[in-house]
Write a protein that binds this ligand. Sequence first.
Ligand code: FAD
Ligand code: NAD
Length: 458
Amino acid sequence: AVGYCSYLAWTICSTEEKPKPVTPAAEKKNLVVLGTGWGSVSFLKDLDIDNYNVFVISPRNYFLFTPLLPSCTTGLVEGHSLMEPIRNFFKGKSAVEFYEAEATEVDPERRVVHIKRNHTIQGEVAQSVIPYDMLVVGVGADNATFNVPGVEEHSCFLKNANDAQKIRNRITDCIETALCKGRSSDEIQKLLHFVVVGGGPTGVEFAAELQDYYKDGLRDRFPDIMDAFRITLIEALPNVLPMFSKQLMDYTESTLKAEAINVLTKASVKEVSKDDIRVEVTKPDGTKDIQTIPYGLLVWATGNKQKGIIENLAMRLNKQQDSRRGLVVDGCLAVQGAHNIWALGDCANSKLPPTAQVAHQQGSYLANVFNAMARTPSSGGPEVQPFDYNHQGALAYIGMDKAVADLNLLGFNISSHGFFTFLFWKAAYLNMCLSARSRFLVTTDWMKARVFGRDMFR
Ligand code: FAD
Ligand code: NAD
């Protein structure tokens, strides 16, 4: 019996461990992947890497878990907890090379990518050219400013880890300056006025985190100045969180108001200066009024615009491209008018919203396409089904341990809000973390903040 069992175990193991045929390195195609965000990392995680010579290029040598970035601005979660070193995703895979550099240009005629690396200490700039047989573009997007004067110079964005750290520094700076001896009451009012432009999920979640920070620590720690603490959220449309159902939009607005956040809707920021912003507010009778609002910190969260490298590539390709909304792709994410270039995530114009959910699913889908292509002989290629997006819903944190959710469960739309939705939000985001390390660190940060409060230093 023992012998039979050993034989059975050996048979099972040997079927499972049967080596896959590996293409010799010289015959493998050069696959260049741009970016280490949601789209590219999901692609790399599911790609059968041994089938290609893979070159990954990104100015960030880590993946960033963006959904919890607003929590980093107030010390609830540490930036490093949301970062996963990119090389951790392909440990032990010799067929992958990572270059921490920025792709500056894609030349589709010569099939090369130009890259540039700035050496932070010596200030040197190293430039080189990487040839590709196949190119996957997942460089994300930049912040939209709609050419409003002064935005680039005077406001903070909230797109990456440096932005979150910059906001955290500025909050501390405003508080410490307000606490400094000899500040007039007008100065303190201005320093402690935090203005957020854009009532999409980024703006709402940041405003909510900041208000929590005030209630969880600032209010009691600095009672002398905290009467002056104010948050104003400015949105051009009639409602905040316009992508949620009407019921959840109204619930969010009333919750934010109950938290003493001043919500200004139908208000469009026209100009930003060092000390104040000029806002055009539409009054209930339809007339317009220009208001000047002083601020200590201004956070600008008005959505995405395409990166220069994408606009440049779109212009080099044919007229099917629209450089404003990203690279136009077909149903299988192949870039229209290009040969052997695919795009995914925020830089792709696939008529889907620019979310992590979309980029993640596109990355996994494209990896399966590439795995199938490697299995099929070059003539003809495999039958590829177009990308089919599975919308699982939208979630947003709105402060005071409350969240809103528009979920799509088994084809049913379910709207929910409040404390239990907040618990669901926490569980869902922990589950979305791409590594056990990140999951562990985020949980620890949450526990640490509950027990000891948030860290109030830069
Ligand atoms: P990104 O994740 O932005 O990655 C782009 C990558 O390209 C980065 O690694 C970058 O360094 C690299 N790169 C940039 N320029 C170059 C270049 N020239 N050459 C090479 N590499 C380059 N979505 C949700 O679904 N749920 C959420 O809860 C959610 N919360 C969010 C919260 C915040 C604060 C923000 C800002 C976004 C949030 N999103 C959320 C949206 C989501 O983060 C994006 O849609 C998603 O990151 C897009 O993935 P991507 O791979 O296209 O781009
Ligand atoms: P967004 O495009 O969703 O919202 C930007 C808002 O800014 C819009 O409502 C717009 O009307 C407003 N706006 C634009 N110009 C303005 C001006 N001059 N003055 C006042 N308001 C102005 O942008 P976002 O919130 O940065 O989100 C970007 C993407 O990331 C979206 O696809 C979003 O769904 C996704 N995201 C999702 C989550 C989540 O699911 N929890 C969180 C953050 C971001």
